[in-house]
Write a protein that binds this ligand. Structure first.
Ligand SMILES: [Zn+2]
Length: 576
């Protein structure tokens, strides 16, 4: 091998070694370099035997460098390779796709537009998670607009406004602007009047079925060509509340022969006699339809990108007619599929959850059996675990399934290391707490506060005379059992006879390791789970934890302490 070739091999090997070491943040190996080196450079192959010796010192030098030094060196030798690495790393970090035409917007402004007819179920978190994440990616703005302009069929719930803002906060986002559409009626009226002036809207008193028959036939109703003065007068009367429900509507003039009948002269305003629950809006009777109201607001609040369900494609098309009259440019729209969630018996529907609460089947929006944001929060699940799972669903137009196990896995990563361990012996449902006397055992058990962190010390669980274990953990008489943090006992006719604390027996003789609590000094606990309440007994130290603290009940799961009242503590089950 001549000098030139050797230099060439060394340089190529160095680039490969740097690339791999930076990519994996680990040391480069001669073996791992050889494959690509020969594959990409067939001219090296005849020297295959000599090459490891030639490149070994190069690899050694690379491995002696810090991460930063490796980056600098790669930038020097092959800047295009470093750029490739940075690009890959960025793609890995960013789960959501780029927004379409993001460069064309002065600022990325997106909105969540909840109907406050109830607090949020889990599915609602998706929009906030995605809009909040895009806000962070683009340094943009997050608008929360309550689309509360239907006081009757989607009647707003006064408590839901704050509950929704709390949910957004819990997910880790803060809206830059909060609007209530029911504060903005005068703005919608003003735009309706401009539309009337443009010849873009008319008042119509056709009974609904008659209009529908004409519309389906592609025929205009007799009101379509009224003069503008009369339309103004009648619209003013609508605003003044002079018509009853169904007597008069304001329609947007589109194309009465449009191939999609849903787009033909749709209703923009109608009369609703039921007063709005918000005092500020209680006097209004003439209400905009959602497509009109949200279309106007999206423009007036400079929304650059809208995310909307794939089933709502007609909304953009209807609103486009209004935008054309005003000469406005429509925001970018991204349609996505619906999200479904597994693991719950209660359907993810605001109206169903509301009914079950009213019927007393659920204790409230934060009942652990309810698929709601409030319940996840009360169970001790972190908002960021939900955001991560939601953004991980991507932006596909197909329906997607949110697996609660993903939320739980994310949350476990966040809490496991910090969360102390405790024992809880179940005594309801399939589990019975069985009392056994302890014979000749120590006066206390000392299980670790956290198995991975010796420095956090050990708990002290006093054992006066007897312990409780779960019935299915009890071995046959004559066999042994390891009481975690206490020692080994043999199950006899008299109870548990202590046999020592040499943990090797559990490995050599297949002795089960179980959790336990003292029978005389323990804490009554009601554990609220998605499958109903479980009662049992916790070790006494659990009473020292504050409301809101998390614990792992060993072999049961993570829990959040909810209260310590009335001689019985309550905990909410977080996840396994
Ligand atoms: Zn008509």
């Amino acid at each position: 091998m001549d000098e030139t070739l050797a230099t060439q091999i060394k340089e190529t090997a160095e680039v490969n070694a740097l690339f791999n070491a930076i990519k994996h943040e680990s040391e480069a190996q001669v073996g791992a370099i050889m494959g690509p080196l020969m594959g990409e450079n067939p001219e090296f192959r005849e020297y295959g035997d000599e090459i490891p010796g030639v490149i070994a010192p190069v690899i050694e030098r690379v491995n002696a460098m810090s991460h930063e030094e490796r980056r600098d060196r790669l930038d020097e030798l092959a800047p295009e390779k470093l750029a490739e690495l940075d690009e890959e790393a960025q793609e890995d970090d960013q789960i959501l796709p780029d927004l379409p035409h993001a460069d064309a917007a002065d600022e990325i402004r997106m909105r969540v537009a909840p109907n406050p007819n109830g607090p949020w179920h889990i599915g609602h978190a998706r929009m906030a998670a995605v809009v909040g994440t895009y806000k962070e990616l683009y340094d943009g703005s997050f608008v929360c607009r309550f689309d509360d302009t239907d006081p009757e069929t989607k009647r707003p719930d006064l408590g839901a406004y704050d509950a929704i803002l709390d949910a957004i906060d819990y997910l880790g986002f803060e809206p830059d602007e909060v609007l209530r559409a029911s504060d903005r009626l005068e703005t919608y009226y003003e735009h309706a009047r401009t539309l009337i002036d443009e010849g873009g809207a008319y008042t119509c008193s056709c009974p609904a079925d008659e209009f529908s028959a004409l519309k389906n036939a592609g025929e205009p109703c007799p009101h379509r060509d009224k003069d503008i003065e009369q339309v103004h007068e009648e619209f003013d009367s609508m605003v003044a509340g002079e018509y009853g429900e169904g007597e008069m509507v304001l329609r947007v003039k589109t194309d009465i022969e449009h191939k999609n009948p849903a787009l033909r002269d749709f209703v923009a305003f109608r009369i609703i006699e039921t007063p709005h629950p918000r005092e500020e809006a209680a006097e209004y009777r003439c209400w905009p339809m959602l497509d009109f109201q949200s279309g106007i607001d999206d423009h007036l609040t400079n929304i650059s990108h809208i995310i909307r369900g794939i089933d709502l494609q007609d909304s953009a098309k209807r609103q486009q007619f209004v935008y054309d009259y005003f000469g406005w440019e429509y925001p970018e729209v991204i349609h996505w599929g619906h999200v479904q969630v597994d693991a719950y018996d209660v359907p993810m529907s605001t109206s169903t959850i509301k009914e079950l609460i009213e019927e007393g089947e659920l204790d409230g929006w934060d009942d652990p059996r309810a698929p709601t944001i409030a319940s996840l929060k009360r169970r001790g699940i972190r908002g960021e675990a939900i955001v991560e799972a939601m953004t991980g669903l991507g932006m596909s137009t197909s329906n997607v399934d949110l697996a609660m196990s993903t939320v739980y896995a994310n949350n476990r990563d966040l809490i496991d290391e910090k969360t102390d361990r405790a024992f809880f012996v179940r005594d309801s449902g399939e589990h019975d707490a069985i009392e056994k006397s302890v014979i000749d055992g120590p006066a206390a058990g000392h299980p670790a506060v956290h198995p991975n962190h010796e420095d956090r010390g050990n708990r002290e669980i006093p054992v006066e005379s007897a312990v409780l274990v779960e019935s299915d953990d009890l071995p046959p008489v004559g066999e042994r059992l390891w009481l975690k943090g206490y020692g080994c006992v043999r199950h006899t006719e008299d109870g548990f006879e202590y046999t020592g604390d040499d943990l090797d027996v559990t490995r050599e003789e297949d002795v089960d390791i179980v959790h336990w609590v003292p029978s005389d000094e323990n804490l009554d606990v009601r554990l609220r789970t998605m499958g109903g309440d479980v009662t049992g007994y916790a070790e006494p130290g659990v009473s020292e934890y504050d409301v809101g603290d998390l614990l792992q009940f060993v072999r049961v799961g993570f829990v959040r302490i909810d209260n310590h009242d009335e001689g019985r503590s309550v905990a909410y089950y977080t996840h396994p």
